[in-house]
Design a protein around this ligand. Sequence first.
Ligand SMILES: [Mg+2]
Ligand SMILES: [Zn+2]
Length: 167
Amino acid sequence: MQKYAFLDRDGTFLWEPERPEGVDPRETFPLQSMDEFKFMDGAIEGIRALADKEYKLVMVTNQRFLGTPKHPKEMFDKVMAKIDEELEKYGIGFEFKMVCPHGPDEGCDCRKPKIGGLKDFLRTHEVDFAHSLMFGDKATDGEFAKNLDVRFVKIETNQKFELPSDI
Ligand SMILES: [Mg+2]
Ligand SMILES: [Zn+2]
């Protein structure tokens, strides 16, 4: 069995654009340009430390409106490629990426907190749930961890990415 670190992306290890006050919390605010691309403090070191501790890495991210003018696929692809490129410099990478492009009202089974986006992954990988972790900044990430039956590690949105001291 293999232990995994599941990681939310936006606001957890990658800086997420601030939301204007009073908008629908389900609205999406993707990066507008690559100038805005930045890892959160401690993210590279923390992810590297997870790899050193023999966790394999899986990204789990909801990307509402992906592929629409509000959230162009081209920009999304650039961001994902840049993440891979930066992590590769440290010899690390994601084994799998779960990306839900759906909205909350579309009834898909891959939008967190649902875990349907990991169905195929879970079928083909022996996950050590008892020793795996889910890092996220939102309540839905916490529910996702619960649904997956792994420990949740709460990160403050756009703040420091830190590992729990007892892993
Ligand atoms: Mg997030
Ligand atoms: Zn979905």
